[in-house]
Design a binder for this molecule. Structure first.
Ligand code: PLP
Length: 339
């Protein structure tokens, strides 16, 4: 049986437009900082991508700095600064922030949570917005958000892994963390990842078009049908953040006491890629920090798995996942009841 990939919030499949742009950029010889024709050709690839990203994220009147990841873009803004955030933030934000609001501190807030998919109201006064999971899945425009700094990550919307961007209002100070050759207007030194940036630009453009075409509404319908089926068959199922604004592609659920780690492994063996709430780089599964911050107990937070889908996920694939998961659920219940 072929594998079914249901882990789009971890990383999305590469878009054909991004692949084509990267293949074309591979033949570009020059260094974007060189003044000769070869250098100018490389520079024009980077600048084309900057324009594509700017248009896709609605960033008129803003500047964009390409980085190696959203994690790096977050560090560029937050390291050494007095930001505070809630415990719901991604680690790449929360490592730099305090959790007690104090006067004169700026707020860092995500637009959508990577685990639950919950969408938050991000006030214009917020200093920093993590738009990584939201961009491409729900309408987003940096300019009308009013926020002064935001980050996005290429691989979450069908670009290559290892490229991200900081978007910031013109006139905002961004102090370089990586200093050297002065690339990216002096905000991020190091020769640009021309191939990756080309892929990110093409992916951003394609993602914006897809969203405008209404493709994610179908994703949402498929997700909702899937959840209805699970809820019908498993009344004890908890679906997190189900009743508020939520990303159209994310379903995060738990059967209390059925360990997330076990479920992820069982599903992997059955041919499905899903993830637990939080996986650290060692691959170990821990109880979800986000769910604990939302007030759930340790056992529930350790029992949650996330199914995250995209436009190429079919209803049949979700159905076959539900079949496999329900089969394992029945075995779990039988074990629990000592049968
Ligand atoms: N912010 C959120 C909400 C994320 O989900 C992720 C990736 O998982 C990141 C930031 C970090 O992105 P990157 O992989 O580009 O470092």
């Amino acid at each position: 049986m072929s594998r079914v990939y249901l882990d789009w919030n971890a990383t999305a499949p590469l878009r054909p437009e991004a692949r084509a742009a990267m293949i074309a950029a591979m033949d570009c010889l020059g260094n974007p900082s060189s003044v000769h024709a070869e250098g100018r050709a490389a520079k024009s690839i980077v600048e084309k991508a900057r324009g594509q990203v700017a248009e896709a994220v609605g960033a008129s009147g803003a500047d964009i700095v390409f980085t190696s990841s959203a994690t790096e873009a977050a560090a560029l803004v937050l390291a050494g600064q007095n930001y505070f955030s809630s415990d719901l933030e991604h680690n790449c934000v929360s490592v730099w922030t305090g959790d007690t609001p104090q006067p004169l501190k700026s707020v860092a807030q995500q637009l959508a949570n990577n685990e639950t998919g919950e969408i938050y109201d991000v006030e214009p006064a917020t200093g920093f917005c993590d738009a990584v999971q939201a961009f491409g899945k729900i309408p987003y425009a940096f300019a009308w958000s009013g926020v002064e700094r935001a980050i996005i990550s290429s691989h979450k919307f069908g670009g290559p892994k290892g490229v991200g961007a900081l978007i910031f209002k013109q006139g905002i100070e961004v102090e370089a963390a990586i200093k050297g050759g002065g690339q990216e207007m002096g905000r991020r030194s190091g020769t640009e990842n021309v191939i990756g940036i080309a892929g990110m630009g093409a992916a951003a453009q394609a993602a914006a078009k897809e969203l405008a075409d209404g493709v994610w509404q179908i994703v949402e319908q498929n997700r909702n049908v899937f959840e209805e089926r699970l809820l019908n068959e498993v009344p004890e199922l908890i679906i997190f953040s189900k009743d508020g604004p939520r990303l159209p592609n994310t379903s995060y659920f738990a059967v209390k006491g059925w360990k997330a780690e076990t479920q992820v492994m069982q599903m992997d063996l059955a041919g499905f890629a899903v993830s637990a709430g939080s996986a650290c780089s060692s691959g170990k599964v821990k109880a979800s920090r986000v769910l604990k911050a939302m007030g759930y107990d340790e056992i529930t937070a350790g029992s949650a798995i996330r199914v995250s889908i995209g436009p190429s996920t079919s209803a049949a694939e979700l159905d076959s996942f539900a079949d496999a998961w329900l089969k394992e659920y029945k075995r779990f219940k039988a074990r629990q009841e000592g049968k």
